[in-house]
Ligand binder design. Sequence first.
Ligand code: HEM
Length: 101
Amino acid sequence: MLSLQESDPGTYTDITIKGLIAELLGGGIDTSAVTMEWAMCLLLNYPEVLHTARAELDAKIGQGRMMEEEDIPGLPYLNCIINETLRLYPAAPLLMPHETS
Ligand code: HEM
């Protein structure tokens, strides 16, 4: 956005950029953190699920490296855990109010 500001300063004002960044931070931090916390809580309360998730990670990723974002499509059990966490404890259960502008 800062490089676009050079070619189109009227659209990409400091206020617009600051607003967009604030929106991403405000919308992205608490939702992700709370969902992660619920996922951990559920895994601790369902140790057999944690065991199966660990087995999937060991089989697909192994012990030699950290999991990367590109690995996610190849981890269906982990995907189900994330979906189930969002279903049971949605961080934003209702859609945001909208109005035309
Ligand atoms: C578990 C994580 C998240 C949940 C449950 C969640 C939930 C939602 C929901 C329900 C909406 C409203 C959608 C609609 O009105 O149709 C929304 C919009 C939005 N979210 Fe998230 N969100 C999450 C993560 C994030 C992250 C990580 C970011 C940014 C990095 C983000 C940025 C936004 C923004 C900018 C909007 C407004 C989009 C628009 O105006 O069209 N969200 N989110």
